[in-house]
Design a protein around this ligand. Structure first.
Ligand SMILES: NC(=O)C1=CN([C@@H]2O[C@H](COP(=O)(O)OP(=O)(O)OC[C@H]3O[C@@H](n4cnc5c(N)ncnc54)[C@H](O)[C@@H]3O)[C@@H](O)[C@H]2O)C=CC1
Ligand SMILES: CC(=O)C(=O)O
Ligand SMILES: [Mg+2]
Length: 395
């Protein structure tokens, strides 16, 4: 009860406020920051739109946009109830990467309406972080906004999660002496996070990867009404395995859960291959209680802050936007995502790799800095940067 009281108190009045870079103390100050002085600045931007990056908060500000439909693992709890998570994301942007972020919760689930609203908001921001928008609408919303806007649009639950999973898995496999091309991977929960995680692991060399959702293993021989599942089934499950999680988990080297609480049983873990790796990432309650699973697995990770090996997109989104904003990127593309994953795993010296240290801590200052540099470089070489961060020149 005491902890609950403390948490409620921390949220009283929200977690954010606006502060000023320069104090406004006198009439003279007022005439500079506001009318008439500000008019000169407006005119400069009206004549050269690129000046918005120099003369407004655009350069350092990201919108965190949600419709409240897939909030953590809590489901469709609506825009008001989603706000504490979005304020939290904004707080983490500031804390870890000095990015200013504005939480925006929309009272609509309409794909077209969300696209139109975000497009209308875009001039204010240097980037858009989409958060906790349920699948499959999140795919269309992100795709359209990426195509139609000239600033980065990044669905954190898809790509932030995938980047951190890849970083953690590469290190966990090293600990176990296994290679990604040889292992059997089961991904449970084929929604926003599960699809993006799977695509990234396939891209990194995974072959025997099987996706499982409520109805069991996804298999290309089954016709799905959800087109994103048909596409997914074509890319995965090369041996056409069938059945529920408890069937396909047999002999698996890796379990990745981005689904729901307590769906992985101890018996399932005991049926996995030697030296199993379990990433139980559903929030706030993982797919299996780490206290139950940890004694029986080689590497145990969750999405939570209160256990070792936190596989959570907080390791990615502050740094990837820091890099993208610093080079005034037009997009966050695949090259930048892969660079971010490699940057995160590189923070851990191979000599320090250990079962309970496969992923750096969110508070490790090297994380954001390494991602920033790697992402800005990848943006420049792939043509997504307006500025070359390393020499400060226009591209
Ligand atoms: N640790 C991390 O960094 C992250 C964790 N997550 C967690 O992953 C979960 C899913 O998030 P999203 O992909 O954004 O949601 P989503 O709503 O897009 O997808 C969830 C998927 O899980 C499936 N599912 C639900 N119950 C299931 C069960 N018992 N067995 C198999 N599949 C089941 C749903 O049918 C759906 O396809 C949430 O718990 C979320 O907190 C998501 C993003 C990041
Ligand atoms: C961590 C996160 O973004 C989620 O659970 O939705
Ligand atoms: Mg999320």
């Amino acid at each position: 009860m005491e902890l609950l009281d403390e948490i409620m108190l921390l949220h009283k009045g929200g977690k954010l406020e606006t502060t000023l870079k320069n104090p406004i103390r006198t009439k003279e100050d007022l005439s500079k920051v506001y009318t008439p002085g500000v008019a000169e600045v407006c005119q400069a931007i009206a004549q050269d739109q690129a000046q918005a990056y120099e003369l407004t908060t655009k350069k350092n500000t990201v919108a965190v946009v949600s419709d409240g439909t897939a909030v953590l693992g809590l489901g469709d709890i609506g825009p008001r109830a989603a706000m504490p998570v979005m304020e939290g994301k904004a707080a983490l942007f500031k804390q870890f990467a000095n990015v200013d972020a504005v939480p925006i919760c929309l009272d609509t689930k309409g794909t077209e309406e969300i696209i139109a609203i975000v497009k209308a908001l875009a001039p204010t921001f240097g980037g858009i972080n989409l958060e906790d928008i349920s699948s499959p609408r999140c795919f269309e919303i992100e795709k359209r906004l990426r195509n139609e806007l000239d600033i980065p649009v990044f669905h954190d639950d898809q790509h932030g999660t995938a980047i951190v999973v890849l970083a953690g898995l590469l290190n966990a496999l090293k600990v176990c002496g296994k290679e990604i091309k040889d292992v059997k991977i089961v991904v449970n929960g084929i929604g926003a996070a599960g699809i993006s995680v799977s695509k990234m692991l396939l891209h990194a060399g995974a072959v025997n990867l099987i996706g499982v959702d409520r109805e069991g293993a996804l298999n290309r021989q089954v016709p799905y009404s959800r087109t994103h599942w048909s596409e997914y089934a074509r890319m995965t499950n090369p041996n056409l395995e069938t059945g529920q999680l408890s069937d396909v988990i047999k002999g698996a080297d890796v379990f990745i859960g981005v689904s729901a609480p307590d769906v992985l049983k101890l018996e399932d873990v005991l049926n996995m291959a030697k030296d199993p790796i379990v990433f139980a990432m559903a929030n706030p309650t993982p797919e299996i209680d780490p206290a139950i699973a940890a004694p029986h697995v080689r590497v145990m990770a969750t999405g939570r802050s209160d256990y070792p090996n936190q596989i959570n997109n907080v390791l990615c989104f502050p740094g990837i936007f820091r890099g993208a904003l610093d080079c005034e990127a037009t997009d966050i593309n695949d090259e930048m995502k892969l660079a971010a994953a490699k940057a995160i795993s590189s923070v851990i010296d191979p000599a320090d790799l250990h079962e309970t240290y496969i992923i750096p801590d969110a508070f490790d200052p090297r994380v954001v800095e390494r991602i920033r540099i790697a992402v800005a470089e990848a943006a420049f070489t792939s043509g997504a940067a307006r500025k070359n961060l390393l020499i400060g020149a226009n591209s």
